[in-house]
Design a binder for this molecule. Structure first.
Ligand code: ATP
Ligand code: MG
Ligand code: MG
Length: 387
């Protein structure tokens, strides 16, 4: 069979492997961890560093086309691979997504057309930049420009006099200081774009974060205000098109309290790959985000996915495997006795607190019903409530 390649062996790679194999492809995964979640289910596992020449040569030899599931693969590596094989997304788009400063510049450029811009911010590259910070950016959040995820590499800053110490704690690397915005809600939009410019989208998702980590995603009628959803979709379309993006892209939005009844949209960040907030699509859509990535990579037609069930997705973090420092197994039988519950575990061997171990998707005819069951499941597992 044709072999597709993936850089990165985490849960996103694992779900990509499942989708690709279901369509008859073989998959080669390159990840340094010989026991990575995707590597263990792939047809070929190349266990080298992402920039190892022999590993990359082997990947190119084996694969017709290559994608990435790990957003911090050196963008230059994608460029090298692209000289010999189709690569999606392309190196330039990934490079923009890897750098909050470049990402925000791209969002600001698109805002002229879409009316949806980034949070007020400043780029910090030197101590002098810190001096120049406008008071309107405080209280703010100082974020490293590169390598942050799940709220890591971020510090809240209340006052000017805390700025220098915060920057020091982040290692004095290039950072972005963003104004702390009054959030009413958070949304995300996942699109798949083909090389010919065809673009399809998953239904706009409503996301709840806890401690900077995605906790809950809801989709279906009533999850998101339709006007905001359309604006977010239009903005995502522009962001993808202006990057000449190919593949699956997720764009995260804030709904900011501006006094208006619905709130105003601000674009937060993007992920150049399938996204945690799209995991519901495996069980609630007729085409999943992972199948869309397979199609985009293989040059197959992209069709609009249809949400056939309302859904609530609950992330399962490593904390669930511990009670009072004693290892426990969560009550899967209890939650699986509820209607419409789909359990996904990623095969990670080590349940560290805060680590994404799996997720539950609860599907139902209506969002109200899905929420009811999801709340019961959350209570059974000891997960906190959300609104
Ligand atoms: P991810 O795992 O999604 O890549 P990340 O580490 O890149 O996360 P962000 O998306 O920048 O982090 O922020 C994480 C969360 O922190 C946001 O979803 C939001 O809940 C909160 N947050 C971030 N920036 C702001 C802001 N400017 N104002 C208010 N809340 C914010
Ligand atoms: Mg991020
Ligand atoms: Mg984020």
């Amino acid at each position: 069979p044709t072999t597709l390649g993936v850089l990165g062996g985490g849960q996103l790679g694992r779900m990509f492997v499942h989708a690709a194999q279901a369509m008859g492809y073989a998959v080669a995964v390159l990840d340094p961890d010989p026991a990575s979640p995707a590597g263990r289910v792939a047809d070929v596992h190349i266990a080298t560093a992402y920039d190892d020449e022999q590993g990359l040569a082997q990947l190119m030899q084996r694969c017709e086309a290559i994608t990435t599931e790990f957003e911090n693969v050196p963008a230059a590596v994608l460029g090298t691979l692209a000289a010999q094989r189709p690569v999606a997304p392309h190196a330039q788009a990934v490079a923009v997504a890897q750098d909050r400063a470049a990402e925000k510049a791209h969002f600001a450029a698109c805002a002229a057309r879409t009316g949806v811009g980034p949070a007020p911010h400043a780029i910090i590259r030197s101590a002098a930049d810190l001096q120049r910070i406008d008071d309107t950016l405080l209280p703010g959040i100082l974020k490293t420009a590169r390598l942050g995820y799940d709220g890591k590499g971020q510090l809240r800053v209340q006052h000017r006099d805390e700025l220098a110490a915060a920057w020091q704690r982040l290692g004095q690397v290039p950072c972005v200081l963003e104004r702390h915005l009054p959030l009413r809600d958070e949304l995300s939009v996942i699109v798949a774009r083909g090389a010919d410019g065809t673009l399809v989208a998953l239904p706009v998702q409503r996301n709840v974060h806890r401690d900077g980590i995605l906790a809950v995603t809801e989709v279906g009628d009533g999850a998101v205000d339709p006007t905001l959803a359309q604006q977010a979709l239009d903005a995502t379309q522009a962001i993808a098109a202006d990057l000449h993006y190919v593949g699956v892209l997720c764009v995260e939005f804030f709904v900011v309290d501006d006094g208006s009844p619905s709130g105003a949209l601000v674009v937060n960040e993007m992920a150049p790959r399938p996204h945690n907030s799209g995991h519901h699509s495996i069980d609630a859509c007729d085409v999943s985000q992972f199948e869309l990535q397979v199609r985009a990579l293989a040059g197959l037609p992209l069709v609009a996915p249809r949400l056939h069930s309302a859904a609530v997705m609950l992330n399962l973090l490593g904390n669930l495997w511990w009670r009072d420092d004693v290892a426990v197994t969560p009550d899967w039988a209890g939650v699986l006795a509820l209607p419409g519950v789909h359990l996904h575990l990623y095969g990670k061997l080590d349940a560290r607190p805060g680590r994404k171990m799996g997720h539950l998707t609860i599907t139902a005819p209506t969002l109200a019903q899905a929420r009811d069951v999801a709340r019961t499941a959350a209570t059974l597992l000891g997960l906190p409530p959300w609104r």
